[in-house]
Unconditional design. Structure first.
Length: 198
């Protein structure tokens, strides 16, 4: 059985006819057509428009990833290192890339890392290592974006760490007292239901 030939699209045929016609008119009038048989901008636009319409009818643009969401980074200023930053964010990479970018990310996450530490010696060690990396990155002249991350004041950060730790402990005590008061106000059935729900 011979293979069926696909039916030619009437719009594509019309666009080709327009292009041929413009090309013939352009031979007589050089200002309308480009030289050496190239397409005029109008003809090129017509071909592109027909191709887009055909793709729409076939459903090539349906269910694309990111449909209905804004394009990322539309309103941002031009960043020459956009591709590095996007790769690091997409892959969740740490420790890779120019020092300026890795130090910015580490600086943004430093308070959370400090809060996870149990004692003051570990906090001081982490801050000392961070400050050493910042100073070293500022000394290197390897190119790349400038290092704008400032070293942290160790004593100020240790004091802030103590205050955050103390406030978390007070909050935990307050919650425990509230839970105990609420538990005391409950009947034995409500306490039983509460225990089962946990």
């Amino acid at each position: 059985m011979p293979a069926k030939r696909p039916r030619p699209d009437s719009r594509l045929a019309a666009a080709r006819y327009h292009v041929d016609r413009l090309g013939q008119e352009g031979e007589d009038q050089p200002d309308q057509a480009s030289e050496a048989g190239r397409l005029t901008p109008e003809a090129h636009g017509a071909i592109v428009e027909v191709a887009i319409q055909q793709a729409l009818r076939r459903g090539d643009f349906d269910n694309l990833p990111g449909e209905g969401r804004p394009l990322p980074g539309l309103g941002l200023a031009h960043d020459p290192d956009w591709w590095i930053r996007r790769k690091i964010e997409r892959e969740g990479l740490t420790g890779l890339g120019p020092p300026a970018l890795t130090l910015r990310r580490e600086d943004a996450e430093l308070d959370a890392r400090l809060d996870a530490l149990a004692n003051e010696t570990a906090v001081r060690d982490l801050l000392t290592g961070f400050n050493a990396r910042v100073v070293e990155a500022r000394r290197q002249l390897l190119g790349g974006p400038p290092v704008v991350t400032a070293p942290r004041d160790v004593e100020r950060e240790v004091t802030a760490w103590r205050e955050r730790r103390h406030s978390r402990a007070e909050e935990l005590e307050r919650r425990q007292e509230q839970d105990a008061a609420a538990l005391a106000a409950m009947s034995w059935r409500e306490r039983r239901r509460a225990r089962r729900g946990k």
